[in-house]
Design a binder for this molecule. Structure first.
Ligand code: CO
Length: 132
């Protein structure tokens, strides 16, 4: 397993890029709207992982809720797994609370599923399986 990306919630990707890209110097390689999750995402590689900037595309986006409650900041950690179905089954068998019982299509065609923060002691975890 490895860290696929760190998800950071922001009110506006363009403003966030003024820090992460312009000031800090990360390269901004990709932007995409993920309709299913009601977010626009920007990807910036850093070493073997990436920063994922998340901007809500509607008021009922999960990111809108997060911004309202907590302001911007780290939203989730995404861990890359080889077999997401097997990982979900393993967590479920151990009584861990899942947000997604089965994978959904995320950014760049990846399979993704979220694990509830109550399972990990407060960290929202995203499992990611890269398309073969
Ligand atoms: Co993510």
């Amino acid at each position: 397993m490895k860290i696929n990306h760190l998800g950071i919630a922001t009110k506006g990707i363009d403003e966030a890029l003024e820090f992460w890209s312009d000031a800090l110097g990360l390269e901004h390689i990709h932007t995409e709207v993920v309709k299913d999750q009601k977010v626009r995402v920007a990807m910036l590689p850093i070493g073997e992982t990436r920063i994922e900037l998340l901007e809500p595309t509607s008021d009922d986006s999960p990111i809108s809720n997060f911004l309202e409650k907590r302001g911007g900041g780290i939203h989730h950690i995404a861990i890359e797994v080889d077999d997401i179905e097997a990982s979900l089954a393993k967590l479920k068998a151990q009584g861990m609370r899942l947000i997604d019982e089965s994978p959904r299509i995320g950014a760049e065609g990846c399979l993704v599923a979220f694990v509830h923060p109550s399972a990990s002691g407060g960290v929202l975890l995203e499992l990611v399986q890269i398309p073969k």
